[in-house]
Design a protein around this ligand. Structure first.
Ligand SMILES: Nc1ncnc2c1ncn2[C@@H]1O[C@H](COP(=O)(O)OP(=O)(O)O)[C@@H](O)[C@H]1O
Ligand SMILES: [Mg+2]
Length: 498
């Protein structure tokens, strides 16, 4: 029997079809993966199923029943639940209060004891390991996610949609979540699991439907496909996932942190050195001090404890401008805030950050001809695809925006590159290209500090890896000296897990 039947679903935003005749058939009691790159249309399709958007065309059936005039209220009544990418919890309330509040229509007084008992019972049945009287503010991200799941279960949801739930989790938490999926399946629940990660798909699902550019490909049984074939389905052509990383030949130190405090309540300070000809990766779940590290190195944040050296100079008290003048290639984690002027042309964007360079500006005048030639040269060298250099930067795809930023930053004559979340939001093709650029820079002798929330990036590119947890470096070792398990445990804060 089908729990969900969506046929020919089309959803347009203006002229653009985010969903273009999509078919999705989900069997009752299975774990069904919806796999697709960023922008493929996954969230849009699920918002339609959950009644948040109205489809322009197509047929929707839930448990065999045709649904018309779909709404979130109806979805809820028909047993659908959704765990969104962003949690909707009240920090100041306890777990059980979050679960029960807003779900007791018509009841003026909630029976506290009974509610706690009921919520705890569900939590235990699925091995959530939660104390439901604890405040949500005390919980880790992984635990908060369980509270969201608990909310759907408490409401009696039978079909539960998870929108990229693993994006916010450390590797051991991911494994635990996949176990929870299996438990839920055992209890007869139907799970729709959205992800762009192939290994997760392969590990847990019964069927996979691949979305590509708003269209659905055929649904396949997971057991019948390999990770490689899923990758090529998702991208539309063969992709090789293997990369060749050459051994590092570390030269002079380009960046050094000495006893720098990243987070006010961190148990210890951070010290590390980055040398020419190596990539040092910072592994860790986002929110453990990565942002602070980035801002301290650039000087956006004052360094209140410890010192920072660049190419031998103590830059601790230097302004951002002076540090950049010293030579940092900087790929910011927030492209839009720090790296791009979306309303300006690509050419103008290549000037950004070079305003003080005599090559680009002489006697207060922009050297237009030089800028133009340099723009064309970098666009070509780094495969920035655009109509021409006059196109606005904001109208480029995410991958091309990132190539533009990267080419501008690494095209500078610097010995140190700080690359923060360089592949976030990009598709496999662009990711691979950016990986190759970073490896090539290392080969050319630049020292690179790579901060990425994607463990696969870190493992594929880094010569040495530091694991960041709550503002502290729990380990700094050569790449080869970690296993995927040991690094995963460290990312979850388990020092003993080596
Ligand atoms: N409300 C909206 N208005 C305009 N475009 C949208 C809207 N929501 C999504 N899109 C576009 O539709 C496409 C699919 O988006 P989405 O469903 O979020 O993809 P996914 O979840 O697979 O990453 C993207 O190109 C996105 O920019
Ligand atoms: Mg999405």
């Amino acid at each position: 029997m089908l729990a969900v039947e969506m046929r020919g679903i089309t959803k347009r935003f203006g002229n653009f079809a985010a969903n273009d005749g999509i078919d999705l058939l989900v069997e009752k009691g299975e774990i069904h993966c919806l796999l697709g790159e960023n922008g493929a249309g996954k969230t849009t399709l699920m918002n339609i199923l959950f009644g948040l958007y109205r489809a322009d065309e197509g047929v929707l059936k839930i448990n065999g029943e045709s649904v018309t005039g779909h709404s979130a209220r109806k979805a809820f009544q028909m047993g659908l639940g959704m765990v969104h990418q962003h949690f909707m919890l009240v920090d100041a309330l306890t777990v059980w209060e979050n679960v029960v509040v807003g779900n007791e229509p018509g009841k003026f007084a909630i029976d506290r004891k009974d509610s706690i008992r009921r919520v705890q019972e569900i939590s235990d049945r699925y091995h959530f390991d939660l104390n439901v009287t604890e405040k949500v503010s005390e919980l880790s991200v992984g635990m908060k996610q369980r509270v969201e799941i608990l909310k759907t279960l408490y409401r009696g949801a039978e079909i539960i949609i998870f929108d990229e739930p693993t994006a916010v989790l450390s590797p051991p938490e991911v494994l635990q979540l996949l176990d929870i999926f299996r438990d839920m399946k055992k209890q007869g629940k139907t799970i729709i699991f959205i992800t762009h990660k192939l290994n997760e798909t392969k590990a847990v699902s019964d069927h996979v439907t691949v979305l590509r550019a708003g269209k659905s490909l055929e649904t396949v049984a997971t057991a019948d496909v390999t990770v490689d074939s899923l990758a090529s389905m998702m991208v539309g052509h063969d992709v090789s996932l293997e990369l060749q990383r050459e051994p590092s030949r570390p030269g002079e130190t380009v960046l050094e942190l000495k006893n720098v405090r990243l987070l006010p309540n961190a148990q210890s300070t951070v010290s590390m050195e980055i040398r020419e000809g190596e990539i040092v990766g910072i592994a860790g779940v986002e929110g453990n001090g990565q942002k602070q590290l980035e801002e301290l190195i650039l000087g956006f944040q004052k360094c209140r404890e410890g010192s920072i050296y660049m190419m031998g100079d103590d830059v601790t008290r230097w302004s951002t401008r002076k540090r950049c003048g010293k030579g940092i290639g900087y790929i910011p984690s927030d492209r839009h805030q720090r790296a791009i002027l979306p309303g300006f042309s690509i050419q103008d964007n290549y000037l950004l950050g070079n305003q003080f360079s005599p090559e680009y500006v002489k006697n207060g005048m922009i050297r237009r001809k030089f800028l133009h030639e340099r723009t064309l040269e970098l666009m070509k060298a780094y495969d920035v695809r655009a109509v021409d250099e006059k196109q606005s930067a904001g109208s480029l795809s995410g991958g091309n925006q990132q190539k533009m930023v990267l080419s501008r930053e690494v095209g500078k004559d610097t010995r140190f590159v700080l690359a923060c979340q360089p592949v976030r939001g990009l598709d496999i093709g662009a990711i691979r290209y950016i990986h190759e650029i970073l490896l090539d820079l290392k080969k050319k002798g630049k020292g690179i500090l790579l901060i990425s929330a994607e463990l696969t990036d870190i493992l594929q590119l880094s010569d040495r890896i530091a694991v960041l947890y709550k503002g502290e470096i729990l380990a700094m070792r050569k790449n080869e000296d970690y296993t995927t398990d040991s690094i995963g445990l460290l990312m979850a804060g388990q020092k003993g897990g080596q």
